[in-house]
Design a protein around this ligand. Structure first.
Ligand code: 13P
Length: 255
């Protein structure tokens, strides 16, 4: 059975005090209310990684993740944070290739392949994001584009290594817009991603990879999205900044 994951991407939000408050609230609510086969991940800004990890302790179901890492291991790269640093801090997850990194920081396939490699080499689980702009969907090129994004940054991996990656499909037109992909649109794309993986790595490998949906997930739409056969949870932005709503989204996985 694939691992179900609900990851919160806090992006560049919350002061330190607010962040600690949010983590404590989520911890309490998830402990009390979330049962079963779901992993909760809090992807917080870099400075909050250690305090968040410390607040969570060695929690069996809630862990912490970074939102990016450098493609380099170390050196003169002012302002960057490396995968070996994250490893040394016991951070298990890292988001890579988020559309905001692609759009505002010029990240693309070849660079992201290097980031995926260095993350995996350091024992981190990459949450690799893909997804199309609205104009691409309107030209009916979204399937080809997402296949290409998956291919160019992941298809150099061995089958064994690929199985350590989590994929997140995040249509850019649904991010922060309140406009969610319909459950059918999400399911269709997730099935296409899985089929594309199967074409290179075989069905068993494709079936083992968790594919999350992201883009205006909230407590009201999570249940329908997560009920789709190929949707294995969510990568949640805005709604992850509210403990009640985020916990309700995590609960929607098993409901
Ligand atoms: P929203 O949930 O705010 O649309 O953001 C989605 C996202 O970008 C998660 O990585």
């Amino acid at each position: 059975m694939r691992t179900k994951i609900v990851a919160g991407n806090w992006k560049m939000n919350k002061t330190f005090e607010e962040a600690n408050g949010l983590t404590s609230e989520v911890l309490g609510m998830v402990n009390d209310e979330v049962q079963g086969n779901v992993k909760v991940v809090l992807c917080v800004p870099f400075p909050y990684l250690i305090p968040t990890r410390n607040l969570l302790g060695n929690h069996p179901r809630i862990s912490v993740g970074a939102q990016n890492c450098s493609e380099h291991a170390s050196g003169a790269f002012t302002g960057e944070v490396s995968a070996p640093m994250l490893k040394s801090m016991n951070i298990p997850y890292v988001i890579l290739g988020h559309s905001e990194r692609r759009q505002y920081f010029g990240e693309g396939g070849a660079l992201l392949a290097k980031k995926v490699d260095i993350a995996l080499a350091n024992g981190l689980t990459p949450i690799y994001c893909c997804g199309e702009l609205l104009e691409v969907r309107e030209r009916n090129e979204h399937e080809a584009l997402v296949q290409k994004q998956v291919e160019e940054s992941l298809f150099h991996l061995s089958a064994e290594t690929l199985q350590k990656v989590v994929i997140a499909y995040e249509p850019v037109w649904a991010i922060g817009t309140g406009k969610t992909a319909s459950a059918q649109q999400a399911q269709d794309m997730h099935a296409i991603i899985r089929k594309h993986i199967a074409s290179k790595y075989g069905q068993a490998v494709a079936e083992s990879i968790s594919i999350l949906y992201g883009g205006s997930v909230n407590a009201a739409n999570a249940k329908e999205l997560f009920a789709c056969a190929d949707v294995d949870g969510g990568l949640v932005g805005g709604a992850s900044l509210k403990s009640r709503e985020f916990t309700d989204i995590a609960k929607a996985v098993n409901s």
